[in-house]
Each structure stands twice: as structure tokens, then as C-alpha cells.
Ligand binder design. Sequence first.
Ligand SMILES: [Zn+2]
Length: 91
Amino acid sequence: MDNHSMLRIPVTCPECCRESVMELTVSELAIALLADGCVRLSASCHDVSWNASVAETDQIRRYLRAHQMPPPARPWIKTPGIRAIPMSHAD
Ligand SMILES: [Zn+2]
């Protein structure tokens, strides 16, 4: 697993309720969750930071878990078949 890959987490600014996306590395998040049990979030629109709420932490855990899972096999997506074009020899 690549611990340096970025995880994008949607955050809602407590000042203006604007949604933004915060980028954290997987290792940063894992350490924050394991060591502190919470993640420090910050908004880009305002100079504020806050501890993730229970709901936010739960969401972050889900993002992390989804990230760690291998990409799902998608047997239901069929590769586009090459349409057989009948050769016309009308010459
Ligand atoms: Zn804001």
C-alpha cells in the first residue's frame, strides 16, 4: 500500500459552512486515527482548524478503508466489443 498517496476528504467549514476538500496523506490520517483517535481538520476558506467530530471521523475511516481496499473487479463492465462489419466486396 502506498502510504504517501493523498486522500481527499470533504470538510465543512464551521465559519461559513462552505464545503471544501482537504488533502491528507494516508499515513498522516492513519497516525492521527491510531495515535490520537481524532483527525485535525482545517478549512481552506478560513483560518480555522478543528477536531473531527465522531461523524466526520467515521467518514474518514470509511474513506481510508475504501482506499486500502483493492480495486474491485468489475465483471459486469463489458469491454466494448468490436462490431463485426461485414466486408462488402461490391466492386
Ligand atoms: Zn469558511
